[in-house]
Design a binder for this molecule. Structure first.
Ligand code: HEC
Length: 175
């Protein structure tokens, strides 16, 4: 029980920390990332400005962008990570196991998308605008199957209403 309280506290601190101006580092080599190479389009949307300031992705669980977020994920990610992010040639993204623990935060996830990881996980700066990266992240987070309390990227209110994603039909089946 005590461990849970401690874990909850640390998660709380993590959330507090991402509200400070975030720093972005390449997921594999740790070098600082700047966004000079980002596409001109989609650089200064409200969501991108907020994210660069606070590390909070206002697209998470935002019904207005979910259709577009799903579309982006389906086109750009599902071929390698699976329709439900259950994993294919790339690892599963719908549970709380991460090869790179920083992907548990949205700042870390954004850094992985922008700067890539290894092998087939190339950088996305040439294929997605910064705004589209935030949207595809929102869909990855929407597919989360874990305990909402471990969904540190959500606000406490969102955690209360978040329903872990349940793939319909068999594993990997298209729906
Ligand atoms: C061509 C195949 C391919 C595409 C397309 C692709 N990925 Fe990946 N992805 C991979 C592979 C392979 C890895 C494992 C790389 C590694 O471990 O360094 C990976 C790793 C990742 C990781 C790190 C996971 C972890 O456990 O830490 C994240 C996050 C990720 N991808 C998200 C995405 C998202 C979101 C998209 C779409 C915008 C995407 N990927 C598109 C193949 C792909």
């Amino acid at each position: 029980m005590r461990y849970y309280a401690l874990a909850a506290m640390m998660i709380g601190l993590g959330v507090a920390a991402v509200h400070a101006q975030p720093q972005f580092y390449n997921t594999v080599d740790g070098s600082p990332l700047n966004f000079d190479d980002a596409m001109e389009e989609g650089r200064d949307t409200e969501a991108v400005k907020e994210f660069m300031k606070t590390g909070v992705n206002i697209y998470n669980e935002n019904p207005d962008i979910m259709a577009e977020a799903e579309e982006l994920y389906s086109t750009m990610c599902s071929g390698c990570h699976g329709h439900h992010a259950e994993g294919k040639i790339g690892p599963g993204l719908n549970d709380n196991y991460w090869t790179y623990p920083q992907n548990e935060t949205d700042v870390g996830l954004f850094s992985t998308l922008y700067g890539g990881a290894s092998g087939q996980m190339g950088p996305m700066w040439g294929s997605l605008t910064l705004d589209e990266m935030l949207m595809s992240m929102a869909w990855v987070r929407h597919l989360y199957t874990g305990d909402p309390e471990t969904a540190t990227w959500l606000t406490p209110e969102q955690q209360k209403s978040f329903t872990p994603y349940k793939p319909k039909g068999g594993e990997g089946e298209q729906s």
